[in-house]
Design a protein around this ligand. Structure first.
Ligand code: FES
Length: 396
């Protein structure tokens, strides 16, 4: 690799830029990330950054020994060393490995958290969701050839402490459930108990809940573990504030999932008064939110649409009560064809406003944030539409 080679593909940071930052004083991982912004997205370049800082990466050649479907488009891959005698180190839930494969004449590297119980040393298991345009996942899911890959030693120093004397609360999004699967499997295998282990798991669709039955079985046998699943709806700031209010101040929080999810939950926790030390990010990279000052106040729900809607509604009532009519509008509303057309608009508007509540009842798997927003903002202009049809309260 020369100095012009890109090390962090997400941000486009070259080896030369990283070396320059190191000579300018960024002598540890965090400083290097802050100086270059490398490793602030997927995190897969973290080991290369460590390598530039003097740490050696060991690669082991592995092959797939078993593939198991654990949800729609999500599979668990067991990887064993090509040299069958090799054993792996025991890991902690949340630690990850880098998996490297030679695809289309280039090396492609991806980070994956380990999903097996932590004492597993004969194989590595990763859970992978097939991405529609993902070069690596498409290659992995395609069964056409025998696949050989290289994997690193264990990465990451932050992990879920399943023997902690403090209660733990895990916010997990999408395949961010993998470390939690590892934690639950370890608890079961080692017959552990702890102060409390709560999981809040958000997924876009019910069919994407990984290892659902296995998790439910483990939770049934271990009353100190609880699982709340959110399907199709992202956890709200109000929910997070409620969770923080309902738990002890020494609760340890874990945030695991796609970058956007992690940053969102992380910022919300900070704004609810949770300290940085109580929030654990399992990826070995600073959360993007840490690069910016956290918000100082508890996030409030945006109610501007309600206030504007209420104001328009009151204006409508006042013009009716005090007979503040505009002659031109009154004259228009006498016209039969105007009445019919604006009546049709009012009916269409009301019919459209019913779309969201009906969709909410019958399409529970879908993400309805978008429709809820449209429903709310349409509601704001309802008094205007009614006024255009009729300035009198009876007809409107
Ligand atoms: S390659 Fe650096 S963050 Fe993705």
């Amino acid at each position: 690799m020369d100095d012009n080679s890109i090390v962090c593909h997400c941000i486009g940071v070259t080896q030369g830029r990283l070396k320059q930052a190191i000579t300018q004083g960024a002598t540890n991982f965090e400083q290097l990330v802050l100086a270059t912004e490398a490793c602030t997205q997927c995190g897969s370049c973290a080991p290369y950054l460590h390598e530039l800082l003097g740490k050696k990466i060991n690669w082991t050649t592995v092959e797939i020994s078993q593939i198991k479907s654990v949800a729609t488009d999500i599979k668990a891959f067991k990887l064993i060393a090509k040299n069958k005698k090799s054993q792996f180190d025991a890991h902690q839930p949340g630690q990850y490995i880098l998996v490297k494969a030679y695809i289309n004449e280039q090396w492609v590297t991806r980070p994956y958290a380990l999903s097996a119980a932590r004492s597993t040393t004969t194989y590595r298991e990763i859970i992978v969701r097939k991405k529609p345009k993902g070069l690596f996942t498409q290659w992995l899911f395609d069964g056409a050839e025998v696949k050989t890959m290289q994997i690193t030693d264990l990465q990451g120093t932050v992990y879920i402490d399943i023997t902690s004397k403090y209660k733990s609360f895990c916010f997990s999004g999408g395949t961010g459930i993998t470390p939690i699967i590892s934690a639950c499997r370890s608890i079961k295998q080692e017959k552990l108990s702890n102060a409390g282990f709560q999981i809040d798991y958000s997924v876009s669709e019910a069919s994407h809940i990984a290892c659902k039955q296995e998790l439910q079985r483990i939770i049934k046998q271990h009353p100190f573990i609880s699982l709340n699943m959110r399907v199709g709806q992202r956890i709200s700031l109000v929910d997070i504030a409620d969770i923080v209010r309902a738990h002890d101040s020494d609760m340890q929080y874990y945030v695991i999932g796609p970058n956007q999810f992690e940053n969102y939950v992380y910022k919300a926790l900070l704004s609810c008064g949770v300290t940085e030390n109580a929030i654990n990010n399992l990826k070995e990279k600073p959360l993007t939110a840490k690069l910016q000052p956290p918000p100082k106040t508890v996030p409030s729900v945006n109610r501007s649409y309600t206030y504007i809607g209420m104001l328009l509604f009151w204006i409508f009532l006042i013009q009716e009560w005090f007979n503040l009519k505009i002659p031109m509008v009154e004259a228009l509303q006498e016209d039969e064809s105007y009445k019919r057309w604006t009546g049709f608009i009012v009916l269409s508007f009301i019919a459209f406003q019913w779309y969201y509540p009906i969709k909410q009842i019958f399409s529970f798997k879908e993400n309805l944030f978008y429709w809820r927003k449209i429903h709310k903002y349409n509601g704001v202009i309802a008094p205007i539409i009614l006024y255009v049809h009729s300035t009198s309260i009876g007809y409107a």
